[in-house]
Write a protein that binds this ligand. Structure first.
Ligand SMILES: *[C@@H]1O[C@H](CO)[C@@H](O)[C@H](O)[C@H]1NC(C)=O
Ligand SMILES: *[C@@H]1O[C@H](CO)[C@@H](O)[C@H](O)[C@H]1NC(C)=O
Ligand SMILES: *[C@@H]1O[C@H](CO)[C@@H](O)[C@H](O)[C@H]1NC(C)=O
Ligand SMILES: *[C@@H]1O[C@H](CO)[C@@H](O)[C@H](O)[C@H]1NC(C)=O
Ligand SMILES: *[C@@H]1O[C@H](CO)[C@@H](O)[C@H](O)[C@H]1NC(C)=O
Ligand SMILES: *[C@@H]1O[C@H](CO)[C@@H](O)[C@H](O)[C@H]1NC(C)=O
Length: 392
């Protein structure tokens, strides 16, 4: 892996191109004036190829990325509805013939973390079957927004919306990501949500998609499944959910937030259900639990593959010798991310260790876990605990 390329060679380019961006903006602002000036001059010289010129100017504007995308989409939860716009035109053609759409929620200011991801697990050499995009909101800061636009001009992988970027708006970021996926990459059969402090080995993940995941149109989410998690009623907590928005004491079975994968049919069904569901800040419980269960999306535990601990030792492998480990976190700095990625690549096979076998046990969640009463759920959790104990 090219550690030497770091630090931030691309960032340097970004900075150098900043001045160019400003000039482009100026041109963009006055482009109609410039256009009419040119046309008027040409008219004076009795030029007859004006329509062609018009098309050429249009094409040039589009090529230079100066044209704003006019597309308006809408967020539609039962408690919150509004229209939003896309502020960038990422390279949609990346989705052609791909098996996996990867979306990474990211803060506008996290340039270095994004660059570290592009140079490690999302490197073009590593993603011949995956299309990787970062999803950002509106930075509400002109210089930051300009830098983000410029970054997208170079990398073409930023989906930027005008929804205010904040941690509290994370659920809206997931919504807009799935909305974008449904709209622009509907033929890519799977979507992976993964945080920007995670590393992944996409080829390994896709190997298991080939060998053991559902093909076809079953609505399914795969990840590390939490069961019987109590709803947080502490008004001071980040994960607080008031009774008015969600009545039950426990969430339906849902996926651990940092990395989960769903079929495109699941993504569609989940977005459709939002219109009759209140918006909650707890992104994972909302999308992979509440909405998934309403939409009859199956949740399948693959905690071997989506294991979240940093495994320095070996893990279980399949019969072709592929380690059952494809994602790890959290690595909040580029340096940690680089180191973790090389550990993930070097992971070895180990067949017999008990703790590994337990961690790799994969169970299918029932179709509608929230059909259970609280006491039934509590009983299920207790039984699971007892099972775990006897295994120890
Ligand atoms: C990516 O692939 C190209 C062409 O195969 C190769 O020249 C280059 O060294 C590779 N880069 C990395 C970082 O693997
Ligand atoms: C806007 O972003 C720039 C660059 O990241 C930063 O230096 C500046 O403090 C920000 N301004 C505001 C008002 O937050
Ligand atoms: C979330 O986004 C909406 C839409 O852009 C905005 O009106 C709202 O202020 C944001 N909320 C927070 C907490 O940032
Ligand atoms: C869909 O899910 C069912 C139930 O688990 C399973 O039996 C079937 O094989 C799946 N279909 C496909 C095409 O994977
Ligand atoms: C929440 O925070 C406020 C002020 O910070 C404090 O007065 C209150 O006791 C806290 N409530 C709980 C339930 O911790
Ligand atoms: C939200 O979805 C509902 C149900 O599909 C629909 O009736 C309503 O018009 C939608 N609202 C907006 C603002 O799109």
């Amino acid at each position: 892996m090219p550690l030497g390329l770091f630090p931030y060679s691309r960032l340097e380019v970004l900075r150098r191109q900043h001045r160019f961006a400003k000039a482009s903006k100026l041109f963009s602002k006055h482009r109609y004036f410039i256009f009419f000036f040119v046309v008027y001059t040409l008219l004076l010289t009795r030029c007859t190829w004006i329509p062609a010129l018009n098309g050429a100017v249009d094409g040039a504007l589009k090529l230079s990325g100066l044209r704003y995308s006019p597309i308006t989409l809408s967020v539609n939860f039962s408690t919150v509805q509004f229209d939003y716009r896309l502020l960038t035109e990422p390279m949609v053609e990346r989705c052609v013939d791909k098996s996996l759409f990867v979306f990474i929620p990211s803060r506008p200011s996290a340039f270095e973390q994004r660059e570290a991801i592009r140079q490690t697990w999302a490197h073009p050499n590593k993603t011949t079957k995956a299309a990787v995009f970062f999803v950002l909101g509106d930075a509400q800061n002109d210089s930051l927004s300009e830098a983000v636009e410029e970054e997208n001009r170079i990398s073409g992988d930023l989906i930027v919306t005008d929804v205010v970027d904040s941690y509290r708006n994370l659920s809206l970021k997931i919504y807009t990501s799935l909305d974008w996926y449904n709209m622009f990459c509907p033929n890519v059969p799977f979507a992976l949500k993964i945080d920007d402090d995670s590393v992944a080995e996409l080829d390994r993940l896709l190997h298991f998609v080939e060998t053991e995941f559902d093909k076809g149109d079953n609505k399914t989410i795969y990840g590390v499944i939490w069961r019987g998690t109590a709803v947080n009623r502490d008004a001071n907590s980040t994960w607080y959910v008031p009774k008015e928005l969600y009545e039950r004491r426990r969430y339906p079975a849902y996926c651990n937030g940092p990395a989960y994968m769903m079929t495109s049919t699941a993504a569609k069904a989940i977005i459709e259900m939002a219109a009759e569901t209140p918006l909650l800040q707890v992104e994972d419980a909302l999308f992979t639990g509440i909405l998934a269960s309403k939409a009859l999306v199956r949740r399948v535990d693959k905690s071997g593959i989506f294991w979240w601990k940093d495994v320095v030792r070996a893990v279980q492998c399949d019969d072709q010798g592929v380690p059952r480990l494809a994602t790890m976190y959290p690595y909040p700095s580029p340096k940690e991310l680089f180191a973790a990625y090389s550990r993930l690549l070097r992971v070895k096979c180990k067949q017999s260790a008990d703790w590994v076998r337990r961690s790799c046990q994969e169970i299918e969640a029932p179709w509608r876990e929230d059909g259970l009463s609280d006491s039934q759920l509590a009983q299920a959790v207790a039984e699971k605990k007892k099972e775990d104990k006897t295994e120890d």
